[in-house]
Design a protein around this ligand. Sequence first.
Ligand SMILES: C[S@@+](CC[C@H](N)C(=O)[O-])C[C@H]1O[C@@H](n2cnc3c(N)ncnc32)[C@H](O)[C@@H]1O
Length: 248
Amino acid sequence: MDNKEKALEHFRERSQSYNRSSRWVADEELLGLISALTAISSDETLLDLATGTGLVARCFRGKAKEVIGLDISRDMTRSASAHVDRMIIAPMEAVPLASASVDACVCRQGLQFSNLPKALEEVARVLKPGGRAVFCHLNAYGPEDRSDAFKIQALRNPARINFFMPGDLEAALEAAGLTVTRNVRHLSRESVNTWIGHGANRPEEREAIRDAYRSSSLEFKRLHRVEMTEDDIFDTMLFLLIRAEKKG
Ligand SMILES: C[S@@+](CC[C@H](N)C(=O)[O-])C[C@H]1O[C@@H](n2cnc3c(N)ncnc32)[C@H](O)[C@@H]1O
């Protein structure tokens, strides 16, 4: 099974319960940050890459001239049609839009499944000169927690192929010819039972994730402020929001 098929299978199983699969998905503060960093105007076109169920896209509906959603999964996007003006089912590595045709791109929690250089090349291509892109992705805090954080992220979603530390996405964006202009941190306190109860894994896979938390390093536990209660585990996860611009 190639990675695209893995992602399609994973999100087919998650599509019904996706909007309840963690705290961050519907977090108004996080969505507000994405919206504020994008600063869309009513005469502009916005492309939401890996739009999923449209939770990010819907923040822009009515505020932009056109909101376009793009995703590989028909299952995930079934409920998103109400939040976009146009839906495109396609991979973000080959966006079927003309070059220099959108004013702004957003992408929350999508790049971890992509061929990163290709996806960012596409962002740089479809943006108009002077256009901007805002990304929001889960990151490890740094070298101290990366090994446990990446192990847990891989166990939680086998379709994930990219793992981010602060600086990684900025470097990839600069390599794609975009200029990073803002970087904002957002912490999200997550119930691990909710986060791993997304409907696309088996009980023994969820138990392997709990075991990974129990055996994680002291540094991981300190940085993530891990709290083990009788029936759950809590993890403070780091999301980095990055704004990048295409030269005017
Ligand atoms: C974690 S969800 C994020 C959904 C939405 N952006 C949000 O923040 O709620 C990841 C989405 O990426 C989509 N996806 C995975 N690989 C993709 C690819 N190569 N191109 C486009 N979409 C992809 C999945 O189908 C899924 O809907």
